[in-house]
Design a protein around this ligand. Structure first.
Ligand SMILES: *[C@@H]1O[C@H](CO)[C@@H](O)[C@H](O)[C@H]1NC(C)=O
Ligand SMILES: *[C@@H]1O[C@H](CO)[C@@H](O)[C@H](O)[C@H]1NC(C)=O
Length: 331
């Protein structure tokens, strides 16, 4: 109506309604042949779009295709986790055209979030839908892999991080702080993958895509870290463990599983690891120059599968990750 409002003076509201009725009448009386023609045109347009997409994929160097398709594994994971956590429904409802027939995630559910946190996570969720769409419109990709987003999987990760069984088991869906701690586990891995992929990409098209994904993933990671930093000294009920301690242990676990040194840091660190080696607050993680750390797909697989081995499925990917890079280790 806004568009009509600007074309017609405000006094001619009834004129606008008459025009709309006329339009509806014309559409109702459109002969069947016109509709068939419209459908034909639609199909032709779809075929043309599919053609264009195929040509786009063909133009990316083979190595770029592999590097761009790999993080689709991580984007599906984030997308499902944030959709379910904030809305209680996943891609099968929100973006069924993107799942490619892959199985629904195991154990995903709505989290008990306060309104502010829910609002943010819902934004993250839809951003991830966009990311999956962006990757799949650049490379052919693959269907959603089997994901394990169950409480028990997160509890296992936390037990692994603390080297002991937390009692009661950690529940990521129980409240906002637990959900944010569990989210600390997620976008950062994608971020380090994009930093690692970037120097290996050849085509400007893939570089543009990866830079765009990287910027938003790191924005999400920074928001999660800032929210946790605000509560850094708070004990996470019912454990006698602070929020900061949770982040340090998760980061240490990832460093251990990745098996290639320190590329992950909690929100409070020994000052030697902080910016310029001088500060313990570590709201954003970075190396000695405060540049983001990078990880290879092998390191990512070792971490997200929770096994420390790129050849051994597990963790979030009980049947392994998909695509040609992940697949090459599973053979
Ligand atoms: C949270 O949002 C719901 C739904 O919009 C509203 O009914 C409720 O009052 C809000 N709670 C708080 C604490 O603002
Ligand atoms: C929690 O741990 C701290 C230090 O590790 C200790 O001083 C404190 O007494 C503990 N509190 C409880 C309730 O166990």
């Amino acid at each position: 109506m806004g568009a009509f409002g600007t074309i017609f003076p405000s006094s001619s509201c009834t004129t606008t309604i008459h025009l709309l009725i006329l339009l509806v009448l014309i559409l109702i009386q459109a002969p069947a042949s016109t509709l068939a023609q419209l459908q034909d045109e639609e199909m032709a347009a779809e075929a043309k779009a599919a053609d264009a997409a195929n040509r786009r994929w063909a133009h990316l160097p083979r190595s770029d295709v592999k590097l761009v398709e790999f993080p689709l594994n991580l984007e599906y994971l984030e997308c499902e986790y944030f959709l379910w956590g904030s809305m209680g429904k996943g891609m099968d409802v929100v973006a069924p055209e993107l799942v490619g027939g892959g199985p629904p995630p195991i154990g995903a559910m709505e989290a008990n979030l306060d309104n502010f946190t829910r609002d943010i996570i819902e934004q993250f969720a839809l951003q991830e839908v966009g990311h999956v769409r962006a990757i799949k419109s650049t490379v052919k990709g693959f269907p959603r892999p089997q994901l394990d987003l169950s409480r028990s999987n997160f509890a296992k990760i936390m037990d692994q991080a603390f080297g002991q069984q937390l009692e009661p088991p950690f529940d990521p869906y129980a409240n906002s702080i637990n959900y944010l701690i569990s989210s600390y586990v997620i976008p950062y891995v994608g971020l380090t993958d994009y930093v690692g992929a970037n120097p290996r990409l050849k085509s400007p098209r893939s570089k543009r895509l990866v830079a765009g994904l990287l910027a938003v993933e790191s924005g999400q990671d920074a928001i999660i870290r800032a929210l946790l930093y605000q509560e850094a000294e708070m004990e996470v009920a019912p454990y006698n463990i602070t929020v900061a301690e949770f982040t340090s242990r998760i980061s240490e676990l990832r460093n251990e599983l990745g098996r290639d040194g320190i590329k992950d840091e909690g929100i409070i660190v020994n000052p030697a690891l902080g910016a310029e080696g001088k500060i313990e607050g570590n709201v954003i993680a970075g190396n000695e120059y405060s540049l983001a750390y990078m990880r290879t797909p092998q390191e990512i697989l070792r971490i997200v599968c929770g096994t420390g081995s790129e050849r051994e499925p597990g963790g979030f990917y009980p049947e392994g990750a998909s695509g040609s890079i992940a697949g090459s280790y599973l053979r």
